[in-house]
Structure formats: C-alpha cells, structure tokens
Design a binder for this molecule. Structure first.
Ligand SMILES: [Zn+2]
Length: 390
C-alpha cells in the first residue's frame, strides 16, 4: 500500500502521558508536557488539610436546620457520584440527589442508581422526553458527530433547575473536568462551577440549543430544560456550585474502591475500548460517543484513563501505550454487550448510514488512507492512525 506523504501530518503526544495535541483545550509546554499532566503534578503542592477546612466551612455555611436539604448532588450512579454522596453524608449534609437520565440507560446503570438511593438519601430522577431525546441524539450524531450532546448538556442544566426549584443553594459537583482532563490553566484551578465555566465547558460545544429547532417535530418548549437558567436567575437563587475535587484529592480508582465498598458494581469483564471496567457504565451510546472522539482527535477513553494512571505512577507509559494500541479506537460493534445495530435502531439510524457518518467525521489527516484519499480499514472496519507515539 502506498501512502500519500504530503497528506500526512503527525500527531504529537505529551511526553509524560498519552494525550495527543489534537485534544481540545490541551496545550503542550516547551518540554512537551501537557497541561493535564502539569495540573495534576501541581496537586502534590496542595495542602489538603487546609482544603478540607475550607470544605468544612462551606458545610457549616450551608447546613441549614430549617430547610429539608442542604445541597443538591448531581449523580449518575457512577463511582464518582457514589463517592460524592458518601463524602457529603460523612460531613453531615442532607443532600437531594438528582439524576438526569442518560440517553440509553443500561441495566448495570440502573442498579447503581438504586444503590445510591440506598446509601440513605432523597432522590429525584429527571427523564427528558425520550421521543424528543432520540431525535436530538440522531441530529447531533449526524451534524456534529456527537451522539451524547443532549446528555452532556442535561447533566448540567437539570441539577441547576432542580436546585432553583427546591430553593437549595449549594450544588456539589465532582471533579473539575478541566483539572484531570486538561484545560486552560486558570480554569483547572477553580473551585466554583459558575456561569462562565458552564458557558465554556458545560457541554454545549459546537451547538446552541436553538439549532435543534430545525429538527422536524421539535418545538421551542421541548428544549427549555436543555437551556441553562439565566445568569440572573442563578444569582437570584443564590446558587453556589463547588467541585468536590478541589477540596479532596480526587482519584478515580480510589473513588471506585470506596464506592464498591458501598455497593457500587463494576462491569464483570472488560468494557469495550476502555482500560477501566468501572467507568461509563450507564449509557449504551457511550461506545459510539467515544469512537467519534477517536475519529476526530485520534484518542479515546483508554487514553484518558491510562493517562490518569500514568500521572499517578500506577502504570508505565510504555505499558499504557501497548494497551492503547491494542484496544482503543476499535469500530464499536457493541457496548456493554449490546450490539451496535440495536443501539442505532433506537435512534432510527441504520448501520449503512452510520458508516457514512463515521467517514464524514474522520480526520483524514491522522489516519492512513489510500492514494485516492479513501480511508484504509481492516476486515473489522478498524482504522489505523498514522502514528501512535512521537
Ligand atoms: Zn500529559
């Protein structure tokens, strides 16, 4: 096979972890190390005892003997949200837990939600109209190559709306995604999830809610709950959103251990495309979401998970890279044992249509192509990146 040399760019990877320079919000410094790595190494300088004191002060400020609930905790049922609830209870808070239903809830996801309730908390689950949701999933897959757009928006908008409705001022979010997964330095250090943070990182990305009005059969009022409350409304309600990861040293695998001790269930075998078997267990569409990340940027879930493990010295870069090469970015024929065809059927997309959408969003500069520019795929429809390391 002959490759067209001039079409080949090169992915440049962080020298410490496995993130490539194509990752949004990722910056490599002069030493070739990414901002996710530097922000995590900065964590070793943090005085966690002081941070805990800061958290205790917040607990004192918001613990309200008259109102029923002291805080809202957005929960998915995952190991991190299980940990958030355990922490809140440990510090004497009475939370109202809120789940924004995922796009396509899995059986194990349901079990883990039930487990959260049984930690001993009040709980609300908000399911936005599934008929509308499926139309949005399909539209977002076809137009921006992101099937999970509505889910990633609703997990922020719904807990905010519930907090306002129930007059609960404190919202305890998990880790600031900009710390662990790499974001602008000023944002990685933040303890507050405020309106500005939401605008930039709250899942909206390439779409505005109004863009969805072009979908057949969708009315303005179908979309209201996908909108962020107005900044004035948030201010008036006195909403104070904090990241728990600012106050406690956040570690996914530690959280998982604590969550498991409290009834959280991991997937009994390996999760397609993942290194961990205890993340993203609540939505069958996740495999498609992650695959599109791979097509656009040349990395996916395993890279994110293993990069975290490398930063915490739990695996060597060489070993991690080996795993990524062998397991990441495979064509997503199933997720948590549900076949791709069945997952697509739910949103009215055929396999043939899916293949066309995949090609449309594949960054042809980072995958091997034939001389005529068509992507080279093996018998299982898998692509090959032009380079897997520097
Ligand atoms: Zn890095």
């Amino acid at each position: 096979m002959v490759f067209v040399e001039e079409k080949m760019n090169k992915l440049i990877y962080c020298k410490k972890c496995l993130y490539p320079n194509t990752k949004p919000h990722l910056y490599l410094n002069d030493d070739g190390v990414c901002n996710a790595c530097t922000s995590v190494s900065n964590k070793s300088k943090i005085n966690w005892e002081n941070r805990e004191e800061e958290f205790k002060k917040i607990v004192r400020d918001f613990k309200n003997s008259d109102d029923i609930h002291d805080c809202v905790i957005p929960v998915s049922g995952g190991k991190d949200s299980t940990y958030q609830v355990i922490k809140a209870l440990e510090y004497g808070l009475n939370p109202l837990c809120v789940t924004a239903s995922t796009d396509s809830l899995t059986e194990i996801g349901r079990k883990n939600i039930e487990n959260i309730k049984n930690l001993g908390v009040d709980y609300i689950e908000v399911t936005l109209n599934p008929v509308i949701r499926k139309k949005i999933n399909k539209f977002c897959l076809e137009t921006i190559g992101d099937i999970s757009w509505p889910e990633h928006v609703a997990i922020f908008t719904l807990p905010l709306r519930v907090a306002i409705q129930h007059k609960i001022k404190l919202i305890i979010w998990g880790e600031n995604s900009q710390t662990e997964y790499g974001g602008p330095e000023k944002d990685a250090e933040k303890n507050l999830l405020d309106h500005n943070w939401l605008q930039e990182f709250g899942g909206m990305g390439a779409l505005r809610v109004d863009d969805l009005l072009s979908i057949d059969g969708i009315r303005e009022k179908d979309l209201i709950l996908y909108q962020f409350p107005e900044i004035e409304e948030l201010d008036q309600a006195g909403i104070h959103g904090i990241f728990l990861g600012y106050y406690f040293n956040w570690d996914s695998t530690e959280n998982k251990t604590i969550a498991e001790k409290n009834g959280f269930k991991s997937w009994p075998k390996s999760v397609e495309g993942s290194y961990f078997n205890f993340e993203n267990l609540d939505n069958y569409q996740t495999g498609i979401h992650d695959y599109f990340c791979f097509l656009k940027f040349g990395f996916a879930r395993a890279t994110a998970q293993l990069s975290m493990e490398i930063r915490r010295n739990k695996i060597s870069r060489v070993e991690a890279l080996k795993f990524v090469k062998e397991n990441e970015g495979k064509f997503p024929i199933s997720y948590l044992d549900k076949s791709l065809e069945k997952i697509l059927e739910e949103i009215g997309v055929t396999l043939d249509e899916f293949l066309i959408i995949c090609d449309k969003f594949t960054n042809k500069k980072i995958f091997k192509t034939n001389q005529d520019g068509t992507l080279i795929k093996d018998n299982n429809l898998n692509l090959k990146k032009i380079n897997y390391d520097n």
